[in-house]
Design a protein around this ligand. Structure first.
Ligand SMILES: O=C(O)[C@@H](O)[C@H](O)[C@H](O)C(=O)CO
Length: 520
């Protein structure tokens, strides 16, 4: 590391008066440059590695955990520092926008779960100026378990990308699909500003299978105060919501809503007072992974009971009609989806929050509908696995043999991931590995069933070892890192398909596919 050259870089930056377009040292990553009076900070790309360079007065530079230092004259010291947590604390104390913030007040927000920690730079370059607030750090506890990463890893890699790209307009960090208090606390302590409380364990789907008489008996076995209050508040009542929607509660609606969802209301209220308020968290409540769809009556009941407890979440993720399976487009009747979405959107607007769309990767058919119907109130869309699949697209293109090995392993061990995700792909309805070769390997990224297999087997692939050595991980990252620019391009193309439809810049899935699909 030539620290004297870096001192010269600093002098050139100070002399450039903000025009960093033609610096002599091309290893200085220009979008990262920050000049604060006579202090200079930037990310250096050297030999495939990144480090932070800071040059400021000697009596403050000690905040940084330096691997090299150099006297820069005039009482200033230059330090070279690793992109670690201590240096993230130091740089974010100088530039607060390096830390995540809440989505509150933002109309359009987008979750960009990055399972690898290498996608955020591309995401930020795409989102600059798009009017969409990026939730860069978004990993569920499930994803952390499967990728052997920590929540801090996720928040830190996103935060450093924010500094590196000079993204000063705000970003979020979502502790996604947290279920237990200890998971919420872990997310908060790792720096998350948002939590997605997964209420699945408190949503009693089995109630939906009860006969009318069993349902009635179970409901009337509740404390009389509850039976009276719920019947008085909801039974045979019709609630007008928005300009052209209404929700009616017949007896079954009341009894199912109470017995399926009220436990989740109580739990969400507990989490709200124990964690959300004290930490000023941005609060999402998800029910998208329950078995039964959230009817408009269920949704209205849930929102109204939260309101009775003076709780307004930032977003709620109902389980919509149809299927939002991993890695593939929406499955269901679009006309019915639209009819029900109108009511869900009216409920969200009435109670002051936005709808959140989980498993948002590749759901291109519903984005024109969501973009149009949620244009006034806004939306939150969550993607994650699609970023992993774009990484595999790089592998398929640059190392087809490795891609074929990864697919075979994923295909052969698919049963391992079935407990974690719901999806249609099976060995019986997917291409046999022996039919995949260099000439058709890209079809693994375009055909639905292999996409689902590859989308969900990410953790198993990344962590599979033989004789104490990773079988795929090192070759995977070596190839991906060598082709980061290609990965960035594939990511931007794919996420552009989503946001162009959501923002009404395109009308159909076919239009964006024709415009963006990578031309191999
Ligand atoms: O795979 C996961 O656990 C997450 O990506 C989770 O599904 C997330 O909430 C999501 O919906 C992103 O598409």
């Amino acid at each position: 590391m030539d620290t004297k050259k870096l001192v010269a870089d600093v002098q050139e930056i100070l002399a450039a008066n903000g025009d960093f377009s033609n610096l002599s040292d091309k290893e200085v990553y220009a979008p990262s440059i920050q000049v604060d009076r006579k202090n200079v900070y930037f990310i250096l790309h050297e030999d495939g590695k990144k480090c932070l360079v800071a040059c400021e007065s000697g009596n403050t530079v000690g905040d940084f955990d330096a691997v090299a230092t150099e006297d820069a004259g005039n009482g200033k010291t230059l330090v070279v520092a690793e992109l670690n947590q201590k240096n993230n604390e130091a740089i974010s104390s100088r530039f607060p926008w390096v830390k995540p913030i809440s989505r509150h007040g933002y109309k359009y927000t987008f979750g960009l779960g990055d399972r690898l920690g290498t996608a955020s730079n591309a995401h930020l370059r795409l989102f600059k100026g798009r009017g969409i607030f990026p939730i860069l750090a978004q990993q569920s506890i499930r994803e952390l378990l499967l990728t052997d990463r920590t929540e801090l890893d996720v928040v830190q890699s996103a935060s450093w990308a924010v500094f590196e790209e000079g993204y000063t307009t705000g970003w979020g960090a979502d502790g996604d699909h947290v279920k237990e208090p200890y998971e919420v606390e872990y997310a908060v302590e790792s720096g998350c500003t948002m939590i997605t409380l997964d209420a699945t364990k408190k949503i009693h789907n089995e109630i939906a299978d009860l006969s009318d008489s069993e349902l009635d008996a179970k409901f009337n076995a509740l404390d009389p105060e509850f039976v009276t209050r719920f019947n008085n508040d909801y039974l045979d009542k019709t609630f007008k919501i928005g300009d052209n929607s209404e929700v009616h509660f017949d007896k079954k609606d009341v009894e199912q809503s109470v017995l399926i969802y009220f436990d989740a209301v109580v739990y969400a209220t507990y989490i709200y007072h124990r964690f959300v308020v004290p930490n000023n968290l941005d609060f999402e409540i998800s029910m998208d992974e329950t078995i039964v769809p959230t009817t408009p009556a269920n949704h209205y009941f849930f929102a109204n009971e939260l309101k009775n407890n003076n709780i307004t979440p930032e977003t709620i993720a109902p389980k919509f009609y149809g299927e939002f399976q991993k890695a593939i487009d929406y499955i269901g009747d679009l006309d019915r989806f639209e009819r029900e979405y109108i009511v869900h959107e009216s409920i969200a607007e009435t109670f002051g929050y936005r709808l959140s769309i989980h498993s948002g990767s590749d759901k291109l058919s519903v984005y024109p509908i969501i973009g149009r119907l949620s244009k006034k109130n806004g939306w939150h869309v969550k993607t994650a696995g699609t970023n992993w699949l774009e990484a595999l697209r790089v592998i398929a293109k640059e190392d087809p043999k490795l891609m074929q090995e990864i697919y075979k392993y994923s295909f052969d061990n698919l049963a391992d991931v079935k407990p974690f995700y719901v999806f249609h792909a099976e060995q019986s309805n997917s291409p046999k590995p022996e039919t995949i070769n260099d000439s058709n390997v890209m079809s693994l990224l375009t055909d639905d069933n292999p996409r689902q297999i590859l989308h969900t087997m990410y953790g198993n692939v990344l962590n599979y070892q033989e004789s104490f050595k990773y079988v795929y991980r090192d070759r995977f990252f070596d190839t991906l890192n060598k082709h980061q620019d290609e990965y960035d391009d594939f990511l931007n193309r794919h996420i552009s398909e989503h946001i162009d439809l959501l923002q009404g810049k395109a009308a159909t899935k076919e239009e964006v596919k024709a415009k963006y699909e990578p031309k191999n």
